[in-house]
Design a protein around this ligand. Structure first.
Ligand SMILES: Nc1nc2c(ncn2[C@@H]2O[C@H](COP(=O)(O)OP(=O)(O)OP(=O)(O)O)[C@@H](O)[C@H]2O)c(=O)[nH]1
Ligand SMILES: [Mg+2]
Length: 454
């Protein structure tokens, strides 16, 4: 599509059903674009007062009343998209929604919105920065309380505000350096400026480092913490997965090597999203499919936040569990004795000391305390300080910024231009983070901070 066609497409007035699939109590149809007023005049007879709920009949062009409902009109730019927009709150019946969408689709200059297009317009019109756009998507997708809270915090500018602050510091530093370069003969540029700049940039790098040191907790809250179930064949891994999921997700048989693929179940543990992964039983095998399953099991365990090593309480777990046996990475590993209902008194005594938990997927014994321990463990992974970095994209942008600043700070022998270029790159990385790569505000900053133009 040419740039021109793209612009014309943007000028379309778009509409979509914004609420869930009918039938439902209510259906909300959203409209945005330059023809919004015209749409309201056509379907309601007049444009209702902006930002005030108005109860109106919605009519087809022939005059037939389709439904009556509450209509909201938002005058741009004070709207979600930044354009004129409206919401029709209808009865959520299939026929009501279908007739309304058909009427809108027949109006000239209107077309159905594509996925995310309302938010895209909000971004293009400067109503939302990129982290807020992501937060909108996260809030809609949030399934647990922690995900919801984190998304809302991000939508409120959690990371964007901090990043904006960092960008201003970078700009200020660059302004001072540019001043030193361009107006070296002038008296008004303070001599100590350069030293102050690099001290502040070292501090900025430390601030970025502090946020990055929060690790991937924010990403984990968003994507879910991972708990991998490992163990020898027939240990009862799939039975535990099914028991915790409360449904038959995995096939359970007494044939060793039943599970080959990774199976995932999503749980809400104390408000945190957790992905529980069932894996193929670990053993020596020459069978190609099973060997691949075992390879995947080990790879997944290496990334997991916690590994549950399941073993029939009758077979004591191997001594070197934390070593190469499981390739479980450096994360924590709990040893769970299974099939507790089968334990004889003698079995119960001997290996139990080495078990973190003893369960029976069959009777449910020990499951409550295992779930409680898992919940506490996951909650313990989350620091009290809310995470600012909630996506890998954020982390990569911050890392790029920090790397560029560190190089500029460390490279004291390099010409000032080279070091300033590093700060420019850092600013660009932060600009990318919030989706604004606006060009040189540097000169503006210079003239506002110095009276160089005497
Ligand atoms: N009595 C008893 N039997 C169990 C229990 N848990 C699992 N079993 C049985 O143990 C056998 C193996 O269970 P699975 O859950 O398929 O074991 P797995 O670890 O997933 O096995 P693979 O997928 O082959 O690695 C099945 O016959 C289950 O019915 C339990 O708590 N008590
Ligand atoms: Mg299995």
């Amino acid at each position: 599509m040419s740039a021109r066609a793209g612009m014309e497409r943007d000028r379309d007035t778009i509409f979509a059903l914004a609420s869930g699939r009918p039938p439902a109590g209510l259906a909300v149809v959203r409209i945005s674009g330059p023809r919004t007023r015209l749409v309201l005049e056509t379907t309601l007879g007049a444009v209702p007062p902006a930002r005030r709920a108005a109860y109106r009949a919605i009519r087809a062009p022939g005059g037939e009343t389709i439904d009556r409902g509450v209509v909201l009109f938002f005058e741009g730019p004070a709207s979600y998209t930044g354009e004129d927009s409206a919401e029709l709150h209808l009865h959520g019946g299939r026929a009501v929604v279908a007739a309304t969408l058909a009427i809108l689709g027949d109006l000239p200059g209107l077309r159905p919105a594509t996925a995310g297009e309302f938010t895209r317009r909000a971004f293009d019109n400067g109503r939302l920065d990129l982290t807020a756009v992501e937060a909108v998507a996260d809030l809609v997708a949030a399934e647990t309380d922690a995900q919801r809270r984190q998304a809302l915090r991000q939508l409120d500018g959690g990371l964007a505000e901090v990043a904006g602050d960092w960008r201003r510091r970078l700009l200020h530093a660059r302004a001072l350096i540019e001043a030193e370069l361009d107006f070296a003969d002038e008296d008004d540029v303070p001599d100590s400026a350069a030293a102050a700049v690099w001290a502040d940039m070292a501090q900025l790098s430390a601030d970025l480092g502090k946020v990055l040191a929060g690790g991937r907790v924010g990403e984990r809250i968003r994507d879910g913490f991972e708990i991998a179930i490992l163990g020898p064949p027939n240990a009862g891994k799939s039975s535990l997965l099914n028991a915790l999921a409360g449904r038959d997700v995995a096939i359970v048989t007494d044939v060793p090597g039943t599970t080959r693929d990774l199976l995932e179940v999503h749980l809400d543990l104390g408000g945190f999203a957790v992905t529980l992964v069932d894996t193929a039983g670990l053993r020596e095998t020459t069978e190609t499919v099973e060997a691949e399953g075992i390879r995947r099991a080990k790879a997944r365990a290496a990334d997991a936040d916690l590994v549950l090593w399941l073993a029939d309480a009758g077979q004591p777990p191997p001594a070197d569990l934390h070593g190469s046996e499981t390739d479980a990475g450096s994360g924590p590993l709990w040893i769970i004795g299974t099939k507790r209902d089968l334990d004889s008194d003698s079995k119960r005594d001997s290996p139990a000391a080495r078990l973190d938990h003893r369960i029976s997927a069959q009777t449910g014994a020990g499951l409550d305390s295992l779930v409680a321990a898992l919940t506490a463990h996951v909650a313990g992974l989350v620091p009290a300080e809310p995470a600012l970095v909630t996506r890998a994209r954020h982390r990569l942008c911050l890392q790029a910024a920090k790397t560029a600043i560190d190089a500029a700070v460390a490279n004291g022998a390099a010409p000032l231009e080279v070091r300033a270029e590093g700060l420019r790159q850092a600013g660009e990385a932060l600009g990318e983070l919030i989706g604004r790569i606006d060009v040189e505000d540097v000169l503006g900053a210079i003239f506002s901070e110095f009276c160089v133009g005497k």
